[in-house]
Design a binder for this molecule. Structure first.
Ligand code: SF4
Length: 354
């Protein structure tokens, strides 16, 4: 099944295209102190290795700006400078080579300061991401829209985009976030009908790993299935590498990315002959950085096992004392219980030519 994608304009964050039919990209954000150049660089490299396309880095003060300049010169992955309150930091970040900046035009100190940021970004040819959260919507709009908080959020984002366009900005992307999943989905749906700049999807402050991944996947996944969204962040109170790995699974689940190993594992039942969860986890961990798209089935018995294992690229159906190994629909050979993990990992590596 191929998803219909809503048409948006194409912008570039560094070398990475966003919108206009480009593959949906995965973003994350560093959570190290930016002033700590070493740990921020290490995290950026981990994120890139995990499959991240674009990373946002906060610049809360001048020391962070100086560190950002050093960091930027040492990484390939496009960096978005995240700025609040201080327009001079935004201008400094553009000068330091930021590939885009993220601001909330409502908290940067007035229209003239926004204009200076807009002028500098346009001269550098980089996009501005307008990020509006429900918590920061203007009171005037909240009053005007009364019960319709989402309407106020959408109108607030529309006003900011219009203001930047009037200031001559030609490369914009937009996020409209709430920590409530249904409000987030409603906001993006409504905004996508009135604006064709690319959309950055995310459920803000989604929570710790499990609830955060579920909330984000419901919100971001629902929108992606409707063809809305050009770049995503699974925002988690966890290691940002988990955001990237979750984003990859989400994009693969909705058919937007053929990347990585998908491990199909049965939930097991009284018929199971093996610790399927442990085997699946070890196989996933061993292969989490593989970029090629392969399906691996790990099934606990011979009832449904061979059927699933056959439609995967590789699979095992466990039985008493071992498992039957399948490759591309054909039974290959019996393997012992203690060989299952190593055999699957080796066979996958052979498949991808490692
Ligand atoms: S594949 Fe076998 S062990 Fe796994 S859930 Fe199905 S019947 Fe149970």
């Amino acid at each position: 099944m191929t998803l219909h994608r809503e048409h948006t304009k194409r912008i570039f964050v560094g070398r990475v295209p966003v919108g206009g039919g480009a593959p949906v990209t995965i973003q994350s954000m560093t959570n190290t102190p930016t002033v700590n150049v070493g740990s921020t660089l290490a995290q950026l490299r981990s994120l890139e290795q995990a499959g991240c396309d674009i990373v946002r880095v906060s610049i809360p003060d001048n020391d962070s700006l100086a560190a950002f300049r050093k960091i930027k010169s040492q990484v390939e992955i496009p960096l978005i400078a995240d700025i609040h309150f201080e327009y001079k930091l935004a201008i400094g970040a553009i000068d330091a080579g930021a590939d885009a900046i993220r601001i909330n035009p409502g908290n940067i100190g007035g229209k003239e300061k926004v204009r200076q940021v807009a002028k500098t970004a346009s001269a550098a040819g980089i996009p501005i991401r307008v990020g509006v959260n429900l918590g920061s919507v203007k009171k005037r709009l909240l009053d005007a829209f009364s019960e319709d908080r989402v309407g106020a959020l959408v109108e607030n984002a529309r006003e900011y985009v219009e203001m930047l366009e009037d200031m001559g900005v030609v490369s914009i992307k937009v996020s409209l976030k709430s920590s409530d999943v249904l409000e987030t989905v409603d906001a993006y749906r409504r905004f996508s009908k009135i604006c064709n700049w690319p959309l950055h999807l995310g459920v803000t402050e989604a929570g710790t790993l499990l609830p955060g991944v579920i909330r984000s996947s419901v919100g971001v996944g629902a929108l992606l299935l409707e063809g809305i969204g050009d770049t995503i962040r699974i925002s988690l109170a966890a290691d940002p590498v988990q955001e990237v790995l979750s984003g990859r699974v989400l994009l693969e689940s909705v058919g937007l990315r053929d990347e990585g190993v998908r491990v199909i594992a049965c939930p097991t039942c009284a018929r199971s002959n093996a610790d399927v969860a442990a085997i699946a986890q070890e196989v996933e961990d061993a292969l989490k950085e593989v970029k090629e798209h392969l399906i691996v089935a790990i099934m606990g018995c011979a009832v449904n096992g061979p059927g699933e294992a056959r439609i995967a690229d590789l699979g095992v159906a466990c039985d008493k004392g071992g498992a039957l190994l399948f490759a591309h629909g054909k039974p290959m050979r019996r393997i012992g219980a203690d060989e299952i993990i190593a055999t699957l990992v080796n066979e996958i590596k052979k498949e991808i030519g490692e």
